[in-house]
Design a protein around this ligand. Structure first.
Ligand SMILES: O=C(O)CCC(=O)C(=O)O
Length: 288
């Protein structure tokens, strides 16, 4: 695929299909309409349940600008941007796809905000940052991760159940807020977020390298989740300790989302061993 002057094409992992029983929503998350509607009641709800939905956080103009930004990066309009990962399962067919079709083989992008002002704008949106500051307990938010998570029609792989803090090198107890922004309609069918409300208060859950770095399926099976369908421009704020996952997209509809993560500015990172001490399942005399 690559020539001496073009960067290598990156692929995400190829993972086995998950058991359908891992994703059994028994309810749908509700929320407030706008960022301006967040007050003490919503903050208390976030502390209690580990999440908060804002149904129309961003305007149609902001959403279509962000979508354009994403498409431009996928289409290679910034040749110096190289962090586009295609679905592992698309490896064989990728050379046969035209430029438009290639869009529906992309799994994720990362580290893009310095490459596109439209995507940076959503990560630094004043009203969203004000809410995040409050959710972080008043600390100044520092953006430490930016990703676009895409589930192409019929191809988009599962992101197994996990706690995001199991991926981050922050000292245990550091408040982390994730923001998941729908750029297309996210539905149960095309793989919207599913969450286990309140379980962020249970502390670290052991993770294992299986289909991904994930909570053991046996821990999740039999658990009813809450689904978070969102219209474009809707967002989910969620605690870094909240267990969540998304199933495979078996539908004919795309599901594109942005995900930004914030921690209090200035918190020093720790060594991976420190994180694994709390979240690592291997070597703990536990089977999965
Ligand atoms: O967007 C998705 O499918 C899941 C994203 C997610 O949970 C993550 O990357 O941590």
């Amino acid at each position: 695929m690559s020539t001496p002057s073009s960067p290598p094409v990156l692929f995400d992992v190829v993972a086995d299909m998950h058991a359908p029983e891992l994703y059994q929503p028994a309810a749908v998350a509700e929320g407030v309409a706008r960022l301006e509607d967040i007050g003490p009641e919503q903050i208390a709800f976030f502390r209690q349940h580990g999440y908060l939905v804002v149904r129309q956080a961003f305007s149609p103009g902001e959403v279509s600008a962000a979508r354009d930004g994403l498409v431009d990066l996928i289409m290679g309009k910034r040749p110096d941007f190289t962090h586009v990962y295609f679905e592992g399962k698309a490896k064989e067919i990728l050379p046969t796809l035209g430029p438009e079709e290639r869009q529906d083989a992309v799994r994720k992008l990362g580290n893009f905000i310095e490459f596109d002002a439209r995507l940076k704008a959503l990560s630094h949106h004043a009203k969203a940052l004000a809410a995040i500051r409050t959710l972080l307990g008043g600390a100044e938010p520092e953006l430490f991760q930016d990703m676009a998570l895409i589930k192409p029609p019929r191809l988009g792989r599962e992101k197994p159940w996990h706690q995001d803090n199991a991926y981050f090198e922050y000292p245990l107890g550091t408040p982390v807020v994730g923001v998941w922004i729908a750029l297309d309609e996210a539905t149960i069918e095309n793989g919207c977020m599913q969450i286990l409300p309140g379980r962020h208060r249970e502390g670290p859950i052991l993770h294992f390298q299986r289909r991904d770095w994930q909570i053991c399926d046996q821990t999740i099976l039999g658990t009813k989740s809450v689904a978070v369908p969102l219209a474009p421009g809707g967002l989910l704020f969620f605690d870094g300790m909240l267990p969540h996952g998304t199933p495979h997209n078996s539908s004919p509809k795309r599901r594109r989302a942005l995900q930004y993560h914030y921690a209090p500015a200035g918190v020093q990172k720790v060594a991976p061993a420190e994180r694994l001490k709390h979240f690592g399942g291997e070597g703990q005399n536990v089977t999965c």
